[in-house]
Design a protein around this ligand. Sequence first.
Ligand SMILES: [Zn+2]
Length: 85
Amino acid sequence: MGVRLPPPEQRITDVFQWLRNLLKPKQQTFTRVYCPQCNNELVTDEATTFKHTPEGFVQYDCGKCHAQHVWDFDAPVPLLLRRLN
Ligand SMILES: [Zn+2]
């Protein structure tokens, strides 16, 4: 008795799943969000803080000009929804 392999269709699905898992973290790493007021890059700026809103969006407090904006990260690209101050 040899080693039992899954049917070919199953193996192809596994490869696609493996590729998706491989690509997912990279896509998140390349997300960039720029402050509409001062053009500060908010995701990598250590002075910038963020919190999740009750609606499931992300509220950024710009570390440079302290403008507060709410972003939707579930869209294909981050969407600016509103300014708070
Ligand atoms: Zn700013």
